[in-house]
Design a binder for this molecule. Structure first.
Ligand code: SF4
Length: 804
């Protein structure tokens, strides 16, 4: 596909691409304000001066006090005039923002497809600083050393591929054993006022250090990696006012486990949670990260906190003094890192930290929240197991120095009384820095002395990589963890394991009793001398008194690695886990003629479209993972799951028929009902249908993120103007577009309708009206074959123009 130079300029300006060869944060040379930092901190410091300049424009247009989240988000909007002018202040929940994130982080499972897509754009380096973290593929079983060796052996082709991409494109590579993505981001990259994307749902962890950090799919990450504006509907803002101060056994975890009970798993959807109030000042930075981390469990876009002294202390402790100074200056001089006086929230919830008691949430859902004082009764009432089978602490959620030191204080008390844990106890340090520091400060010896198993610095049991062999599959049992997710079978693959979430302190106290009804605030343990004793509330240090240890320096990548364009990407042609992507074919330039592969009945989530579980192994191999396409969908005409019928009536598994029609050159469409593609924003749910020859999805309504994902992959999403027309169209019917070209030629503008001629197999013909929501940019994606193709074309043409 070719683009004329005039169009190229127009399109470049409409997309506001970052200039090629200018990696790093945007800045305006004419900015009157500077917050300079030494060169080694430049790529880790938000472009405060540029952000403030843009915020001035936003303020002028909106003319009202702004919340903290609005300030950070709106100052990252590419063109505030275009985004905010003429909207009558109707922004939150209504206006789509085109944003320039400052940074991208990717974990090893999701990075594979993100990078495979990025590669097809033909860029020499990423447009913004980025990092890869090898954490999700490490199994927990025998302890750090053995587990790490075994997991590296099993996953070496994935790690080698990621390492080679990092080298070629100048991305930081944090190898297996270096730590968990969100802990490393907190220790190194998160900064007050930063806006970043991460290919993992717990990316909001970085909000503990005052960032706006959002979890996305790989195709969204590619937007940022290529310097293409990333689109987000401006979230509403949920203000959570914190008063008082935590005390005794209560911990930051209890703020979010309590809030999850109030909001439920959907209550935060479409919102950014912004904390405020005097209670905020009493929290540690890592405690705030725990709270932000689990905001994902209530569906929030992200969570964030205003700049506090504890954030400054954490920045200093993690060797980022100049960044702390810049953040303090931008906040003191301009109030950038806190909400404006009088800023209004869409909803407000108040929590008195002084009154907050420990909570235990679960099983099987993070919003089933029970205050500790009522937990014994809940265990009995719900017939949950009366005995605990294991306690696990750590993960990206709760593995801070403060967490570990408070846990160590409990273990020491028990040791003094000669008491040992009654059940297996596992500890997952969040990073090499945490591991080395707790070893240096004697905590590791304390834990090992209690018989604990210290696992690798990786996700391990939190992501289900727990080779658990002490409880047979199917046996009901209860575990307590300080993790963040507790869907059924999440940790050990056993659907009968009841997984409860709570603070590391409560997990630790409970392992000494082994009794699910135990309440350390009032129930006593029996010491080796036969005397009863009550555990004292945990004590700990916010930060290591003698500083953080860096541990094995071999894990540390260069701060700002240079791309090595000559580096070869390592992918074996025989691999069944990784395969380079072939760009999708561009649009043929004529009206489309397709066949209806099937009509899907009822709910069709991204799980139905692209099943997870064992298929996750193939995330980097589009052909292999596509064998799961729509296998969970129900055929409306037969009531069968994963069954579709060819033109001659022969039945096939759904992906099998897709493969067959693809090989026959027969493009297809699928019909569906309401909210098609709800659930996790799984990009394979759009990639796989496209890969197998799907060019249109026609349904009664879409989940918005999935609709956008389809457009990004060059699939045309249409909805019935008259819902009842769903009944007119039969499987195997021929569907022809009548005015698609007109819509494309108008850049999406026009009536908003596309007319289809449907010819059923019995010869019955129908003209039906459908609706589209294609924007000008999305029309270009469609014509190019995909958003990635379009961005790649644009990049190549800009490069060529620069060379002539
Ligand atoms: Fe996700 Fe758990 Fe890993 Fe955190 S530790 S990134 S929640 S899998």
């Amino acid at each position: 596909m070719t683009i004329s130079s005039r169009n190229l300029n127009l399109l470049r300006s409409s997309l506001r691409l970052r200039p090629i060869g200018m990696r790093g944060f945007a800045s305006h040379s004419s900015d009157p304000i500077t917050f300079s930092v030494p060169s080694e901190f430049k790529t880790r410091t938000p472009p405060y001066a540029a952000l403030l300049s843009r915020l001035d424009i936003v303020r002028e247009i909106l003319n009202r006090p702004l919340t903290l989240a609005e300030k950070i988000l709106y100052s990252h909007v590419v063109d505030p005039e275009e985004a905010f002018a003429g909207k009558n202040g109707q922004i939150r929940g209504e206006t789509y923002l085109k944003l320039n994130p400052d940074r991208v982080a990717m974990q090893d499972a999701s990075a594979q497809m993100a990078l495979l897509q990025f590669m097809t754009c033909g860029m020499d380096s990423t447009a913004v600083p980025a990092s890869i973290h090898c954490d999700h593929l490490i199994v927990g079983h025998d302890g750090a050393e053995k587990d790490l060796k075994a997991s590296i052996a099993v996953n070496s082709e994935v790690f080698d591929f990621l390492r080679s991409c990092a080298l070629k494109y100048g991305i930081q590579f944090w190898g297996p054993g270096s730590g968990i993505i969100h802990q490393i981001v907190l220790e190194n990259f998160s900064v007050p006022g930063l806006m970043m994307l991460g290919t993992d749902s717990h990316t909001p962890n970085a909000g503990g250090l005052g960032a706006i950090a959002i979890g996305v799919g790989g195709a969204d990450a590619v937007d940022a990696l290529t310097g293409t504006p990333w689109e987000l509907k401006a979230p509403k803002i949920l203000g959570v006012k914190l008063t008082g101060q935590l005390n005794g056994w209560s911990a930051p975890k209890d703020v979010i486990t309590h809030l999850a009970g109030v909001l439920t798993v959907r209550g935060g959807t479409g919102f950014i949670i912004e904390y405020f109030g005097e209670g905020v000042e009493t929290l540690s930075c890592t405690g705030m990260a725990t709270i932000c981390n689990m905001g994902a469990e209530v569906g929030a876009t992200t969570s964030t906190f205003p700049y506090t002294d504890s954030m400054k202390r954490y920045l200093l402790a993690t060797r980022r003094g100049p960044i702390a100074d810049a953040a303090s200056a931008v906040n003191n001089l301009h109030g950038y890192l806190r909400a404006d006086k009088g800023a209004e929230y869409d909803q407000t919830i108040e929590i008195d930290l002084s009154e907050l008691e420990p909570h235990i949430n679960g099983p099987f859902t993070p919003d089933l929240s029970t205050p500790l004082s009522q937990f014994a009764e809940a265990v009995q009432k719900n017939s949950w197991p009366s005995k605990l089978s294991a306690g696990l602490i750590g993960s990206c959620t709760n593995s801070s120095y403060q967490d570990m030191s408070r846990v160590a204080s409990i273990v020491r008390q028990a040791k003094e009384k000669g008491v040992k844990p009654k059940v297996p106890f596992f500890i997952t340090p969040g990073s090499e820095q945490i591991r080395a520091t707790i070893e240096n400060d004697g905590f590791t010896d304390v834990f090992l002395g209690a018989g604990a198993k210290v696992l690798a610095n990786a996700c391990g049991p939190c992501i289900g990589q727990w080779a658990r062999d002490d409880v047979p599959k199917g046996e009901p049992n209860a575990i307590l963890t300080s993790f963040n997710r507790n869907f059924r079978a999440r940790n050990d693959g056993n659907p009968s394991t009841m997984n409860f979430l709570t603070s590391p302190e409560i997990v630790t106290a409970m392992i000494y009793s082994g009794d699910m009804a135990f309440n350390p605030l009032k129930n006593k343990l029996v010491g080796a001398d036969g005397n009863e004793f009550l555990l004292e509330p945990p004590q700990g240090d916010e930060l290591p008194p003698s500083g953080f240890q860096q541990g094995d320096l071999a894990y540390l990548p260069p701060i700002d690695p240079n791309p090595v364009p000559s580096a070869e990407i390592v992918v074996s042609s025989t691999s069944d886990r990784l395969a380079l992507l072939e760009p999708f074919e561009p649009f043929e330039g004529r009206e489309m003629k397709l066949n209806v592969l099937m009509k899907v009945k009822g709910k069709c989530t991204t799980d139905h479209i692209s099943a997870a579980g064992a298929w996750l192994k193939y995330k980097g191999h589009l052909e292999n993972i596509s064998n799961n396409t729509l296998i969970g969908a129900m055929n409306e005409e037969t009531g069968e799951v994963n069954r579709a019928y060819d033109l001659d009536g022969t039945g096939y598994g759904i992906p099998e028929l897709m493969v067959k029609w693809k090989s026959e050159g027969r493009p297809w469409t699928v019909l569906a009902e309401h909210n098609y593609g709800e659930g996790s924003a799984r990009e394979h749910a759009a990639l796989s249908p496209r890969y197998l020859g799907g060019r249109m999805i026609l349904c009664k309504s879409f989940a918005r993120i999935h609709e956008t994902n389809l457009k990004k992959q060059g699939v045309l999403p249409l909805t019935f103007a008259e819902e009842s027309d769903y009944d007119l169209v039969k499987s195997c019917a021929t569907v022809e577009t009548l005015d698609l070209l007109q819509m494309l030629n108008n850049g999406g503008a026009g009536t908003g309708f596309i007319t289809l001629k449907v010819t059923n197999r019995d010869g019955g013909e129908h003209i039906i009206k459908t609706k589209h929501t294609m924007s000008k940019d999305q029309v270009e994606f469609f014509k190019a074959g995909s958003a990635i193709n379009y961005i790649g074309n644009l990049r190549r043409q800009t490069q060529a123009a620069q060379q002539t």
